[in-house]
Design a protein around this ligand. Structure first.
Ligand SMILES: C[S@@+](CC[C@H](N)C(=O)[O-])C[C@H]1O[C@@H](n2cnc3c(N)ncnc32)[C@H](O)[C@@H]1O
Length: 295
C-alpha cells in the first residue's frame, strides 16, 4: 500500500498554544462532557489514536491500561511529561494507517481531533477495527462540514464548497471536514455499528465565548449535545460505535505486530526485531517507535 501523507506535528507546541493559552477552555470542557457520556464505565485496554500531548488520556481512567499512539514522537514526549511515570500508560510512535498491534487486542479506542488529518479516513477506520475485539467501544470525533456557520457562509456566497454534499472538503493542507452521513457509511463499511451521536461545541464563536460565562456556555452545550442523534449541525461530532463481526480475541501473550508484515513481535526493549522481515523497532525514553522509514 502506498503511504498516505501524514500531517506532521513533530516539534509542535499544539497543546500549549492551542489548548492552554489559546482560549479553548469551552471546547475542552464540552469534549469532556461528551466523553463522560460515551465512555463505557470500565475496560481493560484502551487505544488512544492521535493522542497528541495526552490532553484526554486522564479521562480514560475506567480502563486498566491506555496505549497512546501518535505519529509525532515529540507529542508523546510531552504526553509522558504531563502524565508522569505511570505503568498504566504505554507510548507508541506509529502511523494510524499501519498500527503495530496484533488483531483483536483492544476492548476500547478513541480518535479525537485526528480523523480530520486523514487523507484516507476509511483506511484509518479499517485499521482501527482490525485491532479491536468484537463488541469493543470506539469513540470517534470528526470535524463536520455541515455545520451552521458553513451553511450560513455558503448561503451568503462567502464560501464556494457545499456543506451538504457528501465528499470531504480539504480547507487547508491535510485538514478535512467530513459530512456526517459519509462518516457513518465509512464506519459501517469498516465493521462498526453507530450507537450514539453527540454534537459538540455548538457555541464555538469568539463573541459568545467572550460574553457568556464559561459554565453557562458548557451547560448550554451539554443540553444541545443531546440532539446529536437527530441532526448534526455543530462543528464537531462525537460518535460511539461498536465493533461488530467476529474477531477472535488476541492470544494472551501477544501484543505488538510488525507494522510492515504483520508478524507478531516479542516485546524486547531496547529493540524489537521482526522474525519474518527483519525490521528493527527501537524503544527509547519509554517510547516504542514503529514508524516505517520510506513508506
Ligand atoms: C489535532 S491533534 C489532537 C491531539 C489529541 N487527540 C487532542 O485532542 O488533544 C492531532 C494528532 O494526530 C496525530 N496524527 C496525525 N496523523 C497521524 C497518523 N497518520 N498517525 C498517527 N498520528 C497522527 C498528530 O501527530 C497530532 O498529535
Amino acid at each position: 500500500m502506498e503511504n498516505p501523507p501524514i500531517c506532521n506535528y513533530e516539534g509542535s507546541d499544539y497543546q500549549t498554544s492551542f489548548w492552554e493559552t489559546g482560549g479553548r477552555a469551552y471546547e475542552d470542557a464540552a469534549e469532556d462532557v461528551a466523553l463522560r457520556r460515551l465512555l463505557p464505565p470500565g475496560g481493560k485496554l484502551m487505544l488512544e489514536l492521535g493522542a497528541g500531548a495526552g490532553r484526554n488520556t486522564p479521562r480514560y481512567h475506567g480502563f486498566e491500561q491506555v496505549v497512546l499512539v501518535d505519529f509525532s514522537r515529540t507529542q508523546l514526549e510531552q504526553a509522558r511529561e504531563r502524565l508522569g511515570e505511570d505503568a498504566r500508560y504505554r507510548y507508541v510512535a506509529a502511523d494510524v494507517y499501519h498500527l503495530p498491534f496484533v488483531a483483536g487486542l483492544f476492548d476500547g479506542a478513541t480518535m479525537i481531533r485526528t480523523l480530520h488529518h486523514m487523507a484516507e479516513p476509511r483506511l484509518a477506520l479499517e485499521q482501527t477495527r482490525r485491532v479491536l475485539q468484537s463488541g469493543a467501544a470506539f469513540i470517534l470525533e470528526y470535524a463536520n462540514k455541515q455545520n451552521l456557520k458553513a451553511i450560513l457562509r455558503y448561503t451568503l456566497r462567502r464560501q464556494n464548497w457545499n456543506p451538504f454534499s457528501p465528499e470531504p472538503v480539504e480547507f487547508a493542507a491535510l485538514n478535512y471536514d467530513f459530512h456526517p452521513s459519509t462518516v457513518r457509511a465509512w464506519l459501517r463499511m469498516s465493521g462498526f455499528s453507530v450507537r450514539r451521536q453527540l454534537t459538540v461545541s455548538h457555541y464555538r464563536i469568539g463573541l459568545l465565548k467572550k460574553i457568556v460565562p464559561l459554565r453557562l456556555l458548557i451547560w448550554m452545550d451539554s443540553i444541545a449535545q443531546l440532539s446529536g442523534n437527530l441532526w448534526q449541525l455543530s462543528p464537531s461530532v462525537f460518535t460511539l460505535n461498536c465493533a461488530i463481526g467476529e474477531t477472535p480475541p488476541a492470544q494472551a501473550d501477544t501484543f505488538f505486530a510488525c507494522p510492515a508484515c504483520a508478524s507478531p513481535l516479542q516485546d524486547t526493549p531496547p529493540e524489537l526485531v521482526c522474525p519474518s522481515c527483519g525490521r528493527a523497532y527501537p524503544v527509547q525514553g519509554g517510547i516504542y517507535d514503529f514508524r516505517l522509514k520510506g513508506g
